[in-house]
Write a protein that binds this ligand. Structure first.
Ligand SMILES: [Zn+2]
Length: 405
């Protein structure tokens, strides 16, 4: 009952702010998903794991392959490749703290380099060459509000790609154009896992129009996709819950346009420049260190397999299409992992064992092996999932390895 009241309060505050855009449809989508007991259970499970997760010691760059699905009714909505590239560029600048407007961030707040990057896919789920862009025409209006986006083009394997659909999202109950929404990290339907962005707020050129033409709608939605909430939490602007991140002050108000500092709510000064708020693109400029930690932990815990994706490996670099030329055993391994080859071996190849956070924990040259087998001592390695990667001059192959003592 309480949360119903708060939701009405939030809706009212949005309504009273008469504007033609609604920045984000995430809270509404979450409340829809939360009707399912199974979804609520999986959210609680994920939150328990995130609570226990420690700050990552190694900060290797995570690279997330992206596919952009353009869904258009007319030539205007069939946005150009250049516009799509401008969005990937903006996304990388924002996530790597390479944006030039960090001066907007008040000095007491942190500006994180999340060390998460995005690349347009180079191979599709079948291993074929791709531009990382698909295009479908449709007669359906409002691909977001009608929930038809993924019917027109189902997601590519969410374990290998971040799916971004771009089209005409549709309007909310008050006639405001909705800019975007995301799936939560534990989206229950794999075919719809990803983010949906209106073509009016995608990228920095073409159909992207002011004040939403700096690509920040996608930066914001990908934040949700990696587990972030709005700074006011999910129960509206009541100060009763927050975003589960320690260094983002709880917000008792939703800010629009370009508010001037300072603004106080829930007893603290608000971080108006945060990407997870609703201000204009030109007035947001940072993720905090706490948000970075939550996103990286979400990647490792919930979106684990993305870190093993071959989506951005160019086709042709992989000469092992007929199956692996090596075997790994035992797997799971306890104290020793054996890597055995068949046939000819590229003496210049390198063997690397990489942990789930991207750190290389073991590396050696192929010439260091004894005969056709390499015996790797694993006693010092922590339990967990690893990637064994073998890299030649013109090929690369990898497989998943589990260490369990
Ligand atoms: Zn949002």
């Amino acid at each position: 009952m309480k949360s119903a009241f708060l939701l009405i309060f939030l809706s009212l505050s949005v309504l009273l702010h008469a504007q033609s855009y609604q920045r984000c449809d995430y809270d509404r989508y979450l409340s829809e998903l939360n009707r399912s007991e199974e979804f609520r259970r999986s959210t609680n499970e994920l939150e328990e794991k995130l609570k226990k997760a420690s700050k990552q010691k190694t900060e290797n760059v995570f690279i997330v392959p992206v596919v952009v699905h353009v869904i258009y009714k007319n030539s205007t909505e069939n946005i150009s490749d250049a516009q799509i590239l401008s969005q990937i560029d903006a996304l990388n600048k924002d996530f790597r703290k390479l944006n030039t407007d960090t001066g907007l961030v008040e000095p007491e707040f942190s500006i994180a380099d999340t060390k998460i990057e995005f690349c347009l896919a180079q191979r599709d789920p079948q291993g074929n060459i791709t531009s990382g862009i698909t295009r479908d025409s449709t007669n359906i209006d409002n691909i977001g509000t009608t929930d038809q986006y993924y019917v027109i083009r189902p997601a590519w394997d969410r374990n290998s790609y971040l799916n971004i659909w771009v089209g005409d999202y549709g309007t909310d109950g008050q006639g405001n154009d909705i800019l975007g929404r995301s799936s939560p990290p534990n989206e229950s339907n794999p075919n719809k896992d990803g983010v949906i962005i209106t073509y009016r707020a995608f990228g920095t050129t073409g159909t992207a129009s002011s004040p939403y033409n700096k690509g920040r709608t996608t930066t914001h939605e990908v934040g949700h996709w990696l587990g972030l909430y709005h700074p006011w939490g999910v129960n509206g602007v009541s100060c009763s819950d927050d975003d589960l991140v320690n260094d983002t002050p709880n917000q008792g108000q939703v800010y629009y346009d370009c508010p001037t500092n300072p603004r106080i709510s829930c007893g603290t000064k608000d971080m108006l420049s945060n990407y997870m708020g609703y201000v204009d693109d030109a007035c947001m400029a940072n993720y905090s260190e706490g948000q970075k930690e939550r996103m990286r932990n979400t990647l490792v815990i919930q979106r684990t397999n993305l870190l093993l994706s071959k989506g951005c490996l160019p086709v042709g670099l992989d000469e092992h299409k007929k199956g692996r030329s090596f075997q790994v055993f035992p797997n799971p391994a306890k104290e020793q992992l054996n890597i055995q080859w068949e046939g000819s071996i590229d003496e210049k190849a390198k063997i690397e064992l990489i942990d789930i956070r991207g750190a290389i924990v073991y590396s050696c040259g192929m010439n260091e092996r004894t005969k056709d087998i390499l015996k790797l001592n694993t006693t010092e390695l922590e339990n967990g999932i690893y990637v064994l990667r073998i890299r030649g001059e013109k090929w690369i192959d990898q497989t998943k390895v589990i260490i369990q003592h």
